[in-house]
Ligand binder design. Structure first.
Ligand code: DX5
Ligand code: ZN
Length: 224
């Protein structure tokens, strides 16, 4: 399936930022065996967010394995000047880019630039940004990402106000798939679904477990 088709379904997306990088290929393979097909890849630049995370050369190393199993890569750009990264991400095997509202001067133009690079386009927003403000400029996006933490690090606690923020976003943009990222786990995923989200990113809830496929399937089953 293409990313365009995946975003119309309900998906749990492992965030590779939480992976054990010494065993990245093995961990991705174990999740593919558990029928996971959408992977989230965080690029942080040390400016928009404090940490430098990982970049196109890591994506390029792992994308063939995921694509071989008909999977897709959803790339979350936690960076200043996001459009600079579109061509390198596309060349490395990314399928979509989600850039931050707070980092883009012109959201519709940045969406167009992503599509010109052959990518699907998402718009993310941080806890200090109002959902309606983003909705006003993101109606044309393929997905909108409501952050449930301040972007930057895995392992932060889920912010409880996210449920209401997802509901507000759902009201403002009834037709755009909503993704949630940050602190997503088996205790909050179902309520996030009820609030209107369909795409759930999870690092710690999967990679901190001893049995990754089991942790992934538990989240999927909690949604069923
Ligand atoms: C950090 C990243 C997230 C992160 C989520 O801001 O955007 O994707 O990996 O990690 P958890 O699920 O542990 O909050
Ligand atoms: Zn992310």
């Amino acid at each position: 399936m293409s990313w365009r088709e995946w975003i119309r379904t309900v998906e749990v997306e492992p965030s590779l930022y939480g992976a054990d990088f010494a065993h990245l290929g093995d961990q991705v393979e174990s999740l593919l065996r558990a029928e996971c097909r959408v992977f989230h890849f965080d690029i942080g630049d040390g400016h928009f967010v404090e940490p430098v995370t990982m970049g196109p050369i890591v994506l390029q190393a792992i994308a063939p394995l995921v694509h071989h199993h008909s999977g897709v890569f959803d790339v979350h750009l936690m960076v200043e000047s996001p459009a600079k990264y579109f061509a390198p991400v596309a060349a490395a095997g990314g399928d979509s880019v989600t850039f931050h509202y707070e980092a883009a001067d012109d959201v519709p133009a940045t969406i167009r630039a992503a599509r010109e690079a052959g990518l699907q386009a998402g718009v993310a927003f941080s806890p200090e940004t109002e959902p309606e403000t983003v909705a006003a400029v993101a109606a044309d996006a393929d997905i909108v990402l409501c952050m449930a933490i301040h972007p930057g690090f895995s392992g932060q606690p889920f912010r409880e106000e996210t449920f209401a923020r997802v509901e507000r976003l759902r009201t403002a943009l009834p037709d755009v798939p909503i993704q949630v990222d940050g602190g997503v786990n088996a205790d909050n995923i179902r309520r996030l679904r009820e609030a209107g989200a369909t795409l759930f990113v999870a690092a710690s809830a999967i990679f901190a477990a001893d049995d990754l496929p089991r942790a992934y399937r538990r989240l999927v089953q909690t949604l069923a």
